[in-house]
Write a protein that binds this ligand. Structure first.
Ligand SMILES: [Zn+2]
Ligand SMILES: [Zn+2]
Length: 348
């Protein structure tokens, strides 16, 4: 498997993308580089190790040799960007980013680890039932930046809508009753473009969680560029384009209907004669979006917290400490009993 690492041109250490600086930085000599500098460097010196001999594909795991320390590192079947477990060198599994698995677009991280941790602490502090080891520093260290795969669709829709309605107004003037009937016909024909319709392409993280940190600012999307993965985890899609086609088509048609009805002043009692929207073209882009994810095991249950790596929006479930709840329940019980006793005293 081809393994790729972006190395510091100055000292040779692994380079990571730093969201707060929007630059690539070496943590050892503190040199900073732009994307262009990294890509230019990459052209004349490709840091790709072909380690086919050492590659072992076992069930869902693959192992490769770290090109910094030589250790064997095992990854999950969908991972495309990771770290060496031993020397922490960022490693990109470039073989998993080619062909149909080559991403088209991405939104790079703008929220860094520090910010994600602060968001988490702020969120935890609002909940008094949380067990304190949930936000210990060792727990906070586990928050992980990961690029998650999505399908985005750009489409053109032919619209052909026709509706009809009658309105009438009755009034009297002297002995005469007047009725005025107006007959309207609404026609909407043409082509509309709907872009960036989104569906999650990864099944290993709950959709509710990902919906909870949506939306992303789609204006900031850019073409995929491999160096941005350096210093983060990245995953391959495991839900195919075909599997989401139906959902995406439904979304497109729904939006197209809304757009049409927004152009009609009054939809009340409209008799629809024709309502067609045909998707005439659709381009699907494989897009990577950034998220910070923290998972936590508590009393046999897994809890997940996520922060949108672009906007900072967070979502998650908190484990609730039974001890703290019990404390409050006892408090409530005592107060209730007192009130009842007092009530009783008054009756007597
Ligand atoms: Zn360096
Ligand atoms: Zn290593």
């Amino acid at each position: 498997m081809a393994v790729k690492s972006y190395k510091c041109p100055n000292c040779g250490a692994g380079l990571e993308f730093k969201p707060a600086h929007q630059k690539f930085r070496c943590d050892y000599c503190l040199s900073e580089y732009s994307e262009k500098e990294i890509l230019d460097k990459d052209k004349d010196h490709i840091e790709t190790n072909e380690v086919d001999k050492s590659l072992v594909e076992q069930d869902h795991l693959a192992s490769y040799n770290c090109n910094s320390c030589g250790a064997t590192v095992v990854t999950d079947d969908t991972t495309t960007s990771t770290f060496c477990y031993y020397c922490h060198n960022p490693v990109i599994l470039s073989d998993r980013l080619i062909g149909s698995f080559q991403p088209n677009k991405m939104i790079p991280f703008t929220v860094d680890k520090d910010q994600a941790q602060k968001t988490f602490l702020n969120w935890v502090s609002k909940n008094r039932f949380v067990s304190s080891d949930f936000y210990s520093s060792s727990q906070l260290e586990k928050i992980t930046g990961v690029y998650l795969p999505y399908w985005w669709a750009d489409s053109k829709i032919d619209v052909d809508y026709e509706g009809e309605k009658n309105t009438s107004k009755v009034w009297t003037n002297g002995d005469t009753e007047y009725t005025e009937t107006n007959k309207y016909r609404v026609i909407r024909q043409g082509q509309i473009e709907i872009s960036n319709i989104e569906e999650v392409a990864f099944s290993k993280i709950e959709k509710d969680l990902l919906d909870g940190i949506a939306p992303y600012n789609q204006k900031k999307v850019r073409d995929f560029s491999m160096p941005y993965l350096s210093g983060f985890f990245a995953e391959q899609y495991d839900i195919s384009k075909e599997e989401v086609t139906h959902k995406i088509d439904n979304q497109i048609k729904k939006i197209s209907n809304i757009l049409i009805s927004n152009t009609i002043l009054d939809n009340n009692q409209m008799k629809v004669l024709k309502d067609q929207n045909n998707i005439v073209s659709k381009k699907m882009s494989y897009t990577l979006l950034p998220a910070w994810i923290l998972t936590y095991q508590y009393e046999g249950k897994t809890f997940v917290f996520a922060v949108n790596g672009q906007t900072g929006k967070s979502f998650g479930e908190l484990p609730i400490s039974n001890k703290k709840i019990l404390g409050t329940a006892v408090g409530v019980f005592v107060v209730t009993t007192l009130v009842l006793l007092l009530g009783g005293m008054f009756i007597w």
